[in-house]
Write a protein of this length. Structure first.
Length: 479
């Protein structure tokens, strides 16, 4: 989902920059002609890089961007340098090298500001914001998008407004602010219709469908996704792949699992064809979840494990948390409680690594974001309580709190609280590597082994309070 929109935004932004920043007029001296020839060479390399980028060949695209960048610097073409740096930022973000992506995007933004180019400035801000979304720093992302939107409005760049509104819509969807997302998508769609951007309309129909799916309005979501699929099939197979994925999600929510499988398989095939690693991982995760719903346990495990491999490779923590959660659901359904607890813990800890980056959001935004995954926390707490692992359960419920936890832990250093994770018991730690590659045949024995070892632990070890609760000021009480 993320990669599809950012690919489209990249194409649009680069085209826009080329329109509003036409090449300089050719010089008349022989030395100037040499420079002009080098500039033409750089433009060709950058164009080839853009073509490779749109074909999802990001590593190859980076090779061409790097060559173009060297020439731009050699002839001191700051404008071309800035655009190319931005393109490299988008490409690095796609292959999971997020720090490099941020560095290149920041350099691109600095150049745009240096030469007084508001179009390039908006491009750089959106570039940074998109990478912050990928690494779960939604507060920073929203700030960058809002700044970009203000610039677009100031210079009456309606194309840029549409692009940034869609970025904001996507971010609010991830935060569980679905009505805000719909409002932003709808504003962007109105502009796309006004300027007859048909591919943009298609992607926005898909975005609206995804938001309505999250709201439980599945029939309405399917209508939007069908419109999106019809448009995307006329323009690009890669974007059609995303709509197959969206339709699969909607039909899965409706309990039509066989139909969902068909759409997810089409999505997976297209993601592999275009080397879309994030799309591939997402399709694998949803196939695993759907096979679990159909009771095909072995297939479910294999697909979910394959999804986790990709999530780890591209540092997609949102996706990893979701796959761990789906494995937890699978083992809970099989009544393999200890295994379910392990995978739910993995999901929670992965999610907590993202939550530390949302402190700048409003309390309402933090609360809605927490609600998008609170079911995992509550299910885990319930299982722990049934196993009489009370302190672990309390810690999980404790993590769900937003305002309340801030109030009663206000005297504890923020860093102590932020760095807190759900503790794995020693037996869980000991067989952790085995559980991440578990097969169907191993499930009964590993669950029995884990259960026996945990039961042999002293109660004081099982119900040991986390350090930050042990260090509460005297007189404090748990809420």
């Amino acid at each position: 989902m993320v990669s599809r929109f950012y690919s489209l935004a990249f194409i649009f932004a680069v085209c826009l920059l080329n329109i509003v920043l036409p090449p300089d007029l050719p010089f008349v001296t022989s030395q100037a002609q040499v420079i002009q020839n080098r500039k033409i060479e750089a433009e060709k390399l950058r164009t080839q890089g853009n073509q490779l980028y749109t074909a999802h060949q990001y590593l190859k695209a980076l090779e061409y961007f790097e060559q173009a960048l060297q020439i731009y610097r050699e002839i001191q073409d700051v404008k071309g340098e800035g655009i190319t740096l931005g393109s490299m930022g988008f490409a690095y973000s796609h292959i999971g090298e997020h720090q490099k992506a941020l560095d290149y995007a920041q350099k691109s933004l600095s150049i745009a500001r240096q030469i007084g180019n508001p179009y390039g400035e908006q491009y750089g801000l959106n570039n940074l914001g998109s990478t912050y979304v990928r690494i779960g720093q939604y507060y920073k992302a929203i700030n960058h998008f809002q700044e970009a939107l203000a610039i677009a409005k100031k210079i009456n760049n309606i194309h840029g407004q549409s692009m940034t509104l869609t970025y904001l819509g996507h971010t609010y969807t991830l935060l569980g602010q679905y009505q805000k997302a719909i409002d932003n998508y709808q504003q962007s769609l109105d502009i796309a219709k006004q300027i007859r951007n048909y591919l943009g309309q298609g992607t926005l129909f898909g975005d609206l469908g995804r938001a309505y799916t999250r709201l439980g309005q599945y029939e309405k979501a399917i209508e939007y996704h069908q419109q999106a699929l019809e448009i995307s099939q006329k323009f690009s197979a890669s974007y059609a792949g995303v709509e197959f994925h969206n339709l699969g999600n909607s039909y899965h929510r409706l309990g039509q699992y066989q139909k969902a499988l068909e759409y997810f398989q089409q999505s997976l095939s297209i993601a592999k064809q275009f080397a879309d690693r994030q799309g591939e991982g997402s399709a694998l995760n949803n196939l695993g979840d759907t096979y679990a719903s159909l009771g095909q346990t072995q297939k479910a495990i294999e697909y979910l494990q394959a999804s986790l491999v990709i999530s780890n490779q591209i540092d997609d923590r949102e996706a990893a948390s979701d796959s761990f959660n789906n494995l937890g659901n699978l083992f809970a359904k099989l009544n393999k409680v200890e295994l379910a607890i392990f995978f739910y813990k993995k999901s929670v800890n992965t999610r907590e690594s993202l939550r530390k980056d949302i402190s700048g959001l409003t309390k309402e935004e933090q609360k809605s974001y927490v609600e998008t995954f609170s079911g995992t926390y509550r299910t885990l707490a319930d299982l722990l309580l049934k196993q009489e692992r009370v302190m672990e359960a309390l810690q999980i419920l404790d993590l769900l709190k937003v305002q309340e936890i801030d109030d009663y832990l206000k005297n504890i250093k923020g860093s102590d609280r932020i760095l807190q994770r759900v503790r794995f018991l020693q037996p869980e730690q000991a067989i952790s590597s085995q559980l991440l590659t578990i097969s169907l045949e191993q499930i009964p024995e590993l669950n029995r082994q884990l259960s026996n070892q945990i039961q042999q632990l002293p109660k004081s070890e099982i119900n040991k309070a986390p350090d930050y609760l042990q260090n509460l000021p005297k007189g404090s009480a748990l809420l």
